[in-house]
Design a binder for this molecule. Structure first.
Ligand SMILES: *Cc1c(COP(=O)(O)O)cnc(C)c1O
Length: 429
């Protein structure tokens, strides 16, 4: 069998379908970067809401099953609507392939377990999303140890590396700590020690940055958030740059996948744990995400403007302090300039002085909804200490930038004057 042929079926080659020679800008590429051909000229790949795909002969299905012919057999393993979404995400991040998952947490879990085995260590930021911190606790019972760096820097990571370290995992803009990782310097340390860098880019989005250009090896997104954009589907995705080489000494579990070259990571994932755990996304959710991606640029432009304006306004109010990476007062301001072109994303946090004051502020808001999500069109607020970090002890909480009086705000696309008035009234109340 021709290896190249095999790889294409497994990895759903990302270059296919893109218009070669074009140098499209961001918003244009979201609409025209990838157009899948289909029978009726439908402008989106339709929802193939089926479990299985019938074939003409037993021989054909045998080939499809063995990755020796293009096609689909069963939607846990592959589905045209999901495939279209994966290709768009791989193209958007300039990766060699992408695997969509049932949730962001499934994507984080699969991205790690595709590499790690019992006895291995992973280094992660202490300011991670609460679910990811909890996951590292769960992985301990399988013999995988997480070591936490207070902030992820080249120095803090290097100090924690041992010969058992097999991956470094960091959130590009920590949710909700809002610390920013210098990908270039951290990836250089990782690569010096032969370790891949996995970046959770959920809060940054491809609108702010393409982490592969700075040296990240694997990117995960909770696509439930900004990629979907409307708060209507739980899902996640893993995208591989294809650049990291899993050598046989450190990564013996890649032995039978090394023949796939730059597709080794995706091939192992697709043919192993991801398919056998059943972490697939539903075709309907993949479709909603494909619709959502097309307005990512427009939404993020507005969201970043709104977040900055709201943060600047909150800075002028007595009784509250505000944390937003694109404010001059943030220690991450220089990295926001150099990595994100000055844009700070859609999340800010406010400290209200006490839990009671934080609750009163939240309850007084008229437009901002009290909900545990980010990246919606609507502004959402939450008190993380009593919700997302309910299961973390105080030390872990504070390492994650969560205090008793912290409010997280996920800024939406409302008219900024309405948002400012809403927060102004709530603070004055
Ligand atoms: C929400 C989120 C996750 C988890 O995603 P789900 O889709 O809720 O499973 C992971 N990482 C970050 C940074 C998130 O914000």
């Amino acid at each position: 069998m021709d290896l190249n042929e095999h790889i294409n079926f497994i990895c759903l080659d990302c270059k296919q379908g893109s218009k070669s020679g074009d140098t499209m800008e961001f918003n244009t590429s979201l609409l025209h970067g990838r157009t899948s051909k289909n029978d009726f000229g439908a402008t989106q790949t339709p929802i193939y809401q089926v479990s299985a795909f019938a074939h003409d002969s037993a021989e054909t299905l045998e080939k499809v099953f063995g990755n020796r012919a293009p096609g689909f057999s069963y939607s846990r393993i592959g589905n045209p609507t999901v495939d279209a979404f994966e290709k768009r995400m791989a193209a958007l991040e300039n990766g060699v392939g992408a695997v969509a998952c049932s949730s962001g947490m499934a994507a984080v879990t699969m991205a790690l377990l595709n590499i790690l085995q019992a006895g291995d260590e992973v280094i992660a930021g202490a300011g991670l999303f609460g679910g990811t911190i909890d996951l590292f606790g769960d992985l301990a019972q399988f013999g995988i140890t997480a070591k936490f760096a207070d902030t992820v820097t080249a120095e803090s990571v290097e100090a924690l590396i041992t010969d058992k370290t097999k991956a470094v995992f960091a959130e590009l803009i920590g949710n909700p700590k809002l610390d920013v990782v210098d990908i270039k310097s951290v990836s250089e340390v990782c690569h010096k020690h032969g370790i891949p860098l996995i970046i959770d880019s959920t809060t940054a989005t491809p609108y702010l940055i393409h982490p592969f250009e700075y040296g990240a090896d694997i990117v995960v997104h909770s696509t439930s958030k900004y990629i979907n954009g409307g708060g209507n589907s739980i899902s996640g995705i893993i995208i591989d740059s294809g650049k990291f080489r899993f050598d046989s000494e450190k990564f013996p579990n890649f032995d039978s996948f090394r023949i796939f070259g730059k597709f080794a990571y995706i091939a192992k994932l697709r043919n192993g744990l991801w398919r056998n755990v059943g972490a697939c996304v539903s075709p309907f959710n993949a479709y909603m995400n494909s619709v959502g991606i097309e307005t990512l640029g427009l939404r993020m432009e507005r969201i970043c403007q709104n977040a900055k304006a709201l943060a600047e306004f909150l800075q002028t109010k007595d009784g509250v302090t505000v944390n937003y990476p694109a404010l001059g007062s943030s220690p991450y301001f220089p990295l926001v300039q150099s990595q994100f072109g000055g844009k700070g994303g859609g999340i800010l946090t406010i400290r209200a002085g006490s839990k009671e004051k934080a609750f009163r502020l939240i309850n007084s808001l008229k437009y901002a909804l009290i909900a545990t999500n980010i990246g919606d069109l609507r502004t959402l607020v939450i008190h993380p200490a009593s919700t997302i970090y309910l299961h973390s002890d105080e030390k872990r909480r504070e390492q994650a930038g969560v205090y008793d009086d912290t409010i997280r705000v996920s800024v939406g696309i409302e008219d900024i004057n309405d948002l400012i008035t809403d927060f102004d009234n709530a603070i004055n109340a």
